[in-house]
Design a protein around this ligand. Structure first.
Ligand SMILES: [Zn+2]
Length: 220
């Protein structure tokens, strides 16, 4: 174990999830919904609109992208605060029940194996595992594969985003039977131009699922 990991672990012990707001770090008591303080709860722009038809999928979003929503995801993704995955899964699970959506399996948007190794985890898969447990559906963590390490989408134009991910996802042959004729929920952190979601949908179609829903924590 390297020093960084030790420090991270130390920080996790110093800031256990139930005592500090997952978004801003303020002190909270254990009863707070999603481990968020009142301030963050009221500033997060919750999204409760009807599911939208997007590229063959039913898309649902939990929040509108802004600084609070970004802080939460970045703390998980780049600061390794893995316990936030559980909070986000809880938010997603509540959002799903708002739609009375019953799903058969959760499939997270994959990272390229190299990137996953560098980061140590795939944040979408972490969320997916918790979400699967909550809704009683398996999380098919490697149902989709990313065939190339793509550039970060941040700062790219819509056209560049499209080209960046085009054809970079395939369905994992090992799991096609588990996805066939099933109602699949694809999950990701953000939805911006939809190019990643679209490419994942194209790839997952090869497994001939019954229906594909897409859910992102935040939509721009
Ligand atoms: Zn807060």
């Amino acid at each position: 174990m390297n020093l960084k990991k030790l420090t991270d672990r130390g920080l996790d012990l110093l800031y256990p999830p139930s005592l500090y707001c997952s978004c801003c770090g303020n002190l909270i008591d254990e009863s707070r919904t999603y481990n968020l303080c009142d301030h963050c709860m009221s500033h997060i722009r919750w999204e409760g609109g009807e599911p939208e038809e997007r590229d063959g999928m039913k898309a649902i979003f939990c929040t509108r992208y802004g600084i609070y929503e970004r802080s939460l995801i970045f703390a998980l993704k780049y600061n390794g605060k893995k316990y936030i995955a559980r909070d986000i899964a809880e938010i997603m699970s509540d959002r799903l029940s708002l739609e009375n959506a019953v799903i058969d399996a959760v499939v997270p948007v994959p990272l390229h194996p190299e990137k996953e190794k560098r980061r140590g985890f795939n944040h979408a898969a972490l969320i997916g595992r918790h979400l699967g447990r909550k809704v009683g559906a398996p999380c098919i963590e490697h149902g989709l594969l990313r065939t190339e390490d793509t550039m970060p989408m941040r700062g790219l134009s819509p056209v560049e985003r499209e080209l960046n991910v085009k054809g970079k996802f395939i369905v994992n042959e090992k799991w096609t039977e588990q996805m066939k004729e099933k109602k699949i929920l694809l999950i990701d952190d953000f939805y911006t131009t939809g190019s990643t979601a679209r490419e994942c949908f194209r790839a997952i179609e090869a497994a001939r699922p019954k229906e594909v829903w897409f859910m992102a924590f935040a939509v721009r």
